[in-house]
Design a protein around this ligand. Structure first.
Ligand code: MLT
Length: 398
């Protein structure tokens, strides 16, 4: 008899964005003539930028030749990309990362989910609430104890340090779903906490390219001491439009230590490398060449333009909602806008009303956790035209 991992029974029946997709598909089927504007899941709408396309075409041609053919690549990623990451994403910000601390992958969602493999299921995990559901669900799957850290209007969306001792801490800034940020001083408190408690911070900065304000760290390693306590996740999905192409990376500094039950210090970089070599055969050469192109001059410029356009959408949403009388957060350093739903309405009730009455799809705050109840998320990743139309619909909504 094959027993199941019963921790799965503690999960919601369906993943948040699958539930939404099902609801929208049903509504579309029943109302085929309605033009639905999707500002729900954070999927991009701008096509892959020319610099990346060109790199991909070139790589495709290359692997069709005897000299250029590539079989299994290095599990951790090709040297050319790891080098480009170290130079552009870290050295340029004054952070020293070694190439063998970079692990190229097929997405930050997978990385955030897979990293749990190297930690004991007896670890206590602190997770902000509301939160990107992947951190929570993957830890529930392992049976870990969760400590929730509310991030709401009342605390200015700044999580408080846990009152009890935790071993792993998930932080995501610019935050998904609230679109809010932490400054360097606030982030330093977490680094200090992690040091004191021998905890590890799992820092997801998938949205760092959207930061517009000063004193907001783009990487946790900009904070003193973070190289001793943090693993960082970064993605090309929302910058280069790789939500379908799939490429991301994890930084696991060699100074990071975990512990055996007897207290022996073990290198987390070594464990993650071991796990990666066993379970992964690397990202395709073609995709890694495309990722490398994001660091070339034309690639950088093209991506910057896309981000600027998404941030303009965020501004349109923020101002449109404010004009319509909503209280709104985020949208300044982030593609996500977090609004308060009208009183006496739940997030899911607002979702249904918005879909049925003005044909706009968003994400109910309660889908991100209990403290997301009463809130709602809209994304700036739609087209400008649809974003403007969505705001017009909301402003004229009775
Ligand atoms: C979101 O909408 O929260 C993101 O698109 C989900 C993801 O990146 O997996």
């Amino acid at each position: 008899m094959s027993l199941i991992n019963e921790n799965f029974m503690k999960l919601e029946d369906s993943y948040l964005f699958s539930t939404i997709a099902k609801k929208v598909a049903k509504y579309t089927q029943e109302n085929p003539n309605k033009k639905i504007i999707k500002l729900g899941i954070g999927d991009v709408t701008k096509p892959i930028v020319p610099a990346c396309l060109e790199a991909m075409h070139k790589a495709v041609d290359e692997i069709g030749t005897a000299q250029g053919f590539k079989g299994y690549g290095p599990e951790q990623g090709y040297e050319f990309l790891r080098k480009a990451i170290v130079e552009n994403d870290y050295k340029a910000r004054g952070v020293e990362i070694a190439e063998d601390e970079v692990f190229v992958s097929d997405g930050a969602k997978c990385d955030c989910g897979n990293i749990v493999d190297i930690f004991s299921s007896s670890n206590k995990v602190a997770i902000t609430d509301p939160v990107y559901p992947v951190y929570l669900d993957t830890n529930i799957m392992c049976g870990r104890e969760i400590v929730y850290l509310p991030v709401t209007e009342e605390n200015g969306f700044i999580p408080e340090l846990p009152k009890e001792k935790v071993d792993m801490i998930y932080l995501c800034f610019p935050n998904n779903p609230t679109g809010t940020v932490l400054n360097k001083e606030e982030l330093k408190k977490w680094v200090d906490y992690a040091k004191e408690n021998k905890a590890i911070i799992l820092y997801d900065c998938a949205y760092e390219a959207f930061i517009t304000e000063e004193n907001v760290p783009h990487s946790i390693y900009e904070v003193d001491g973070a190289l001793d306590v943090a693993i960082e996740f970064k993605s090309y999905s929302k910058t280069a439009g790789f939500t379908g192409v799939r490429c991301a990376y994890v930084i696991v500094p060699k100074r990071l230590k975990g512990y055996t039950k007897s207290g022996e210090e073990i290198s987390l970089n070594k464990l993650w490398n071991r796990r990666t070599c066993t379970k992964f055969n690397g990202v395709s050469y073609i995709v890694q060449r495309a990722a490398e192109a994001t660091y070339k001059e034309d690639g950088k410029k093209q991506i910057k333009e896309n981000i600027k356009a998404y941030l303009e959408n965020a501004k349109i949403i923020k101002e449109g909602l404010e004009e319509a009388g909503f209280t709104v957060y985020g949208g300044v350093n982030s593609p996500y806008v977090w609004l308060k739903v009208p009183e006496k309405m739940t997030s899911w009730e607002f979702f249904d009303k918005l879909l049925e009455e003005v044909n706009i799809v968003g994400t109910p705050g309660s889908g991100f956790g209990a403290h997301g109840e009463g809130y709602f998320r809209l994304t700036a990743f739609g087209t400008k035209e649809n974003t403007i139309e969505a705001m017009e619909r909301i402003k004229n909504w009775k």
